[in-house]
Design a protein around this ligand. Structure first.
Ligand code: HEM
Ligand code: HEM
Length: 157
């Protein structure tokens, strides 16, 4: 097993995960708020303010994380088998999705583009399925394979 992630990488991983889950839950009124905004009506209430700014925070924090990942690869396992490659591509796809979902939200909201809002929802659903698979794999490694993988994302090196 490679070294753990750094403290900053761990904080960013869990902060982004928490913000994504919170935005999934705090989103019910977004369709109506978006419709009102497009019609030129006033947009009010907690949900649009939270959803937009928590989502923008995900975009910024995910970009910081991507840079950190490039400059500090110590936590990455050697890639040997096809399964290892699947893991690497799974993580790459998660990065693409966690950048694309808020980026599409920003284009929809600040650009007033309805097609981007539709794509935002479609890509968000794909991301959530990937996240479920990802969390399942992490728990499978930790509790069935028992290789301590989860600890890499809990205890800083
Ligand atoms: C919205 C939720 C989540 C997102 C977007 C996410 C995303 C990611 C990404 C992109 C990586 C690769 C890190 C890198 O190479 O820089 C990663 C690693 C990891 N994640 Fe998550 N994650 C989420 C939730 C979770 C949950 C719920 C768990 C545990 C149950 C978890 C456990 C892990 C572990 C153990 C690693 C290290 C894997 C390794 O190094 O092989 N993640 N996560
Ligand atoms: C990672 C961050 C984000 C997540 C997980 C997320 C998740 C969601 C969810 C679950 C919905 C409701 C879908 C439905 O109607 O069932 C939604 C709708 C929406 N979100 Fe986000 N969102 C994120 C970031 C953003 C950002 C940054 C913005 C704008 C700056 C945004 C703008 C919108 C808009 C305008 C809608 C309404 C779309 C429609 O109904 O056509 N979102 N989002």
């Amino acid at each position: 097993m490679a070294k753990s992630y750094s403290a900053l990488q761990i904080v960013l991983h869990w902060a982004i995960a928490a913000l994504i889950i919170a935005n999934y839950l705090i989103s019910d009124e977004m369709g109506r708020s978006f419709y009102n905004m497009m019609k030129g009506n006033a947009v009010s209430g907690f949900t649009p303010v939270w959803h937009v700014w928590a989502g923008v925070a995900v975009l910024v924090l995910a970009l910081v994380r991507l840079v950190l990942r490039m400059v500090s690869p110590e936590a990455h396992e050697p890639v040997v088998t096809t399964i290892d490659k699947a893991g690497v591509w799974g993580h790459r796809l998660l990065y693409v999705l966690m950048l694309a979902v808020p980026a599409l939200g920003v284009i929809a909201w600040f650009g007033g583009i309805a097609a981007a809002a539709d794509l935002h929802v479609i890509v968000m659903n794909i991301m959530m399925i990937m996240v479920l698979g990802h969390a399942g794999m992490a728990l499978y490694h930790q509790y069935i394979v028992k290789d301590g993988l989860l600890l890499k994302m809990l205890r800083p090196r």
